[in-house]
Ligand binder design. Sequence first.
Ligand SMILES: NC(=O)c1ccc[n+]([C@@H]2O[C@H](COP(=O)([O-])OP(=O)(O)OC[C@H]3O[C@@H](n4cnc5c(N)ncnc54)[C@H](OP(=O)(O)O)[C@@H]3O)[C@@H](O)[C@H]2O)c1
Length: 327
Amino acid sequence: MARVVRFDELGGPEVLKIEDWRLPAPGPGEVAVRVEAIGLNRAEALFRAGTYYYQPTLPGSRLGYEAAGSVTAVGPGVTEVAAGDPVLTGPGIEMSAQGVYADRIVLPATSVLRRPGGLDPVRGAAAWMTYSTAYGGLLETGGLRPGDHVLITAASSGVGLAAVQVAARIGAIPIAVTRSPGKAALLRANGAAEVIVDGPADVPETARKVTGGSGVALIFDPIGGPGLAALGTAAAENGTVVVYGWLGGAAMTLPLNWPLTVRGYANPQLSGTPDGRRRMWHFLDAGVRDGSLRPVVAEVFEGLERVGDAHRLMETNGHAGKIVVTV
Ligand SMILES: NC(=O)c1ccc[n+]([C@@H]2O[C@H](COP(=O)([O-])OP(=O)(O)OC[C@H]3O[C@@H](n4cnc5c(N)ncnc54)[C@H](OP(=O)(O)O)[C@@H]3O)[C@@H](O)[C@H]2O)c1
């Protein structure tokens, strides 16, 4: 039997409970994994509350995208990994049926990656979603180049800190935005050239000052909402806005200032193809090995039964980086 986290109704962290579940043998194209650490994503809090882009199947929905562990068995046709390999799990999971908040799981091989860069399980659980979103959104979709200024909102989030590191790694100039003055030092330590504290400062006006008036080449934003139109005024002429989340609400207003491209980014664009996974894996492996990509872990909760406490911390927004639950 496996132990899995499930929920029967939409709601707060209190709806999460642990149940026994009969673990099937991996079928064709599937991999069985013993989970060692789980990395939390904002998407999972939204899914639990019923505000994600797809709804859980209730009762008995599972939860979770990201985990680190080791392969215990593979089904017919799986060649990418073998029993004993340290691995990560990530995007492409249908959470209600396959969620990784568990001690043992069976997943499609397309949602399992060999663990790059010799990462330990805790830092591994903080790596795939964060760096693949940052790499795919900034470089492949956003076209960020060395010397470009990039404005990164919600920069203390797991993805935001990864984006600061990815931008710094290629020689771009990350300008980080947070609502929390206490997170500024951590953002600078991770490579932010400037930190703007939203609220006291006017973000677009400050970003334009930092760039000598020209504006940033790229805005990388998971907030959207009614504030996007004003945020867009921080962009340079012919700049780009990549929106990859909706922390500010589902309906967003579009910036109309001047020639500007607004693009959406979702992880399956990259992680959903073997070629995309290959590019992302090599970028992450190289960055972890040379020390330029360092997964930031905000707090570690020990034991699957602490998953509700971990969700409570996420909802305070007091953390910076990835919240991890060890199993
Ligand atoms: N498109 C994709 O493929 C993809 C993949 C992964 C994640 N995402 C999205 O990326 C976002 C971040 O996810 P995560 O798991 O990295 O988050 P996280 O680690 O939980 O961090 C969220 C941080 O964002 C800031 N924040 C929260 N609500 C905000 C709001 N309404 N306005 C401004 N700032 C707010 C808070 O920092 P401060 O208060 O300090 O500013 C908070 O600590 C989510 O929207 C998620 O759905 C998208």
